[in-house]
Design a protein around this ligand. Structure first.
Ligand code: COA
Length: 332
């Protein structure tokens, strides 16, 4: 359902990736893989890996400060912080509360949101409702991950796919008819078994045995996730376009979740979109889960690919299984 009580837009955006680059060649020394295989099957060339001292909240904090600066909004003006992540600093307090303290957003409520790689789009959807109704005025929506801590670096099926990073947006009221025109989120819990981390929660608490069995690492059935992703990317884009009153022909720019170039290409083909309307940066950062869409959006905006009045579609999928999409008439 789309409400139009108050128009809501992205007022500022920022991102942060660690300096340390891990290339495919580096991975060749760690697992039985090759630069050629990774590029051909995924499009990924390198990813960023945070050092031991850096946690998810540290990346989120830098991204949040950059977004606030971009928006010209003071931390005290933020009244809600949502951090989408599957790699929180710890179970509690929430990473959002840690970010609140780091940036001095004294007047903000704060919570984490778990929707896998769709987390940022889920967060944007929540923020839009709160602002549209007047319940909140300025919300920081952040996607942040230190996935390198839940990757089994001896597993070639998963280790080549992921990286660390954070992206943040300040969301607030905007001029009528501009900003987030429609959002759509969905889930298929039956598919949860295809992408999950078995231990560390209440089902399999941490123990010597859970660690010995490597149950604290991400497990994935790559081909099942691939099939789901190919199906959902175009479907979720078309659904939200219909809700917004626009069609594929109206899209000026599409920012997809950066998981695999073959998934993006298949969506582009199904939507019959021109390839230069799509933002791709997975070659540099790999899949940063909830951070992937806001990092890509930040890059696209900074590169001047998105301008005021452009119709921008964002779409993603992830663990859950979940998906999310939105249409924005760019308001900045
Ligand atoms: N290097 C070399 N070979 C590898 C490899 C690697 N890093 N990873 C897997 N392989 C091997 C497999 O073992 C398999 O070998 P086999 O045929 O001898 O068993 C072969 O390559 C082909 O594997 P397959 O699974 O068919 O490859 P694929 O083309 O489906 O690509 C993925 C695998 C993981 C890249 C792909 O399925 C994918 O991207 N899935 C979606 C993952 C995703 O997006 N996850 C995040 C969701 S938010």
């Amino acid at each position: 359902m789309q409400d139009r009580v108050r128009s809501v837009g992205i007022l500022g955006i920022g991102s942060c990736v660690p300096d340390n680059i891990r290339t495919n060649k580096d991975l060749e020394k760690m697992v039985d893989t090759s630069d050629e295989w990774i590029i051909a099957r995924t499009g990924i060339k390198e990813r960023r890996i945070a050092d031991e001292k850096t946690a998810t909240s540290d990346l989120a904090t830098v991204a949040a400060k950059r977004a606030l600066e971009d928006a010209g909004v003071a931390a005290e003006e933020i009244d809600l912080i949502i951090v989408a992540t599957v790699t929180p600093d710890m179970f509690f307090p929430s990473t959002a509360c840690i970010v609140q303290s780091n940036i001095g957003a004294k007047n903000a409520a704060a919570f984490d949101l778990g929707a896998g790689c769709s987390g940022y789009l889920y967060g944007l959807t929540v923020a839009k409702q709160f602002i549209a109704t007047g319940m909140h005025d300025k919300i920081l929506v952040i996607g942040a991950e230190k996935l390198s801590t839940i990757i089994d670096w001896e597993d070639r099926n998963t280790s080549v796919l992921f990286g660390d990073g954070a992206g943040a947006t300040v969301v607030g009221p905007t001029e009528d008819g501009m900003g987030i025109l429609a959002t759509s989120i969905g889930a298929d819990g039956d598919g949860g078994k295809h992408l999950y981390m078995p231990a560390g929660g209440s089902r399999v608490p941490s123990s010597i045995s859970s660690i010995e069995q490597k149950l604290h690492y991400l497990k994935m059935d790559g081909s099942e996730v691939f099939k789901f992703a190919v199906r959902i990317m175009s479907k979720a884009s078309l659904k939200v376009l219909k809700d917004s009153g626009y069609g594929v022909e109206d899209i000026d720019y599409l920012v997809p979740h950066q998981a695999n170039i073959r998934i993006i290409n298949s969506a582009v083909k199904k939507l019959k979109l021109n390839k230069d309307k799509i933002h791709v940066n997975l070659d540099k950062y790999a899949n940063t889960s909830a951070a992937s869409v806001p990092i890509a959006l930040d890059e696209a905006v900074k590169q001047g690919k998105i301008k005021k009045n452009d119709v921008v579609v964002m779409v993603g999928f992830g663990a859950g299984l979940t998906w999310g999409s939105c249409v924005i008439k760019w308001n900045k």
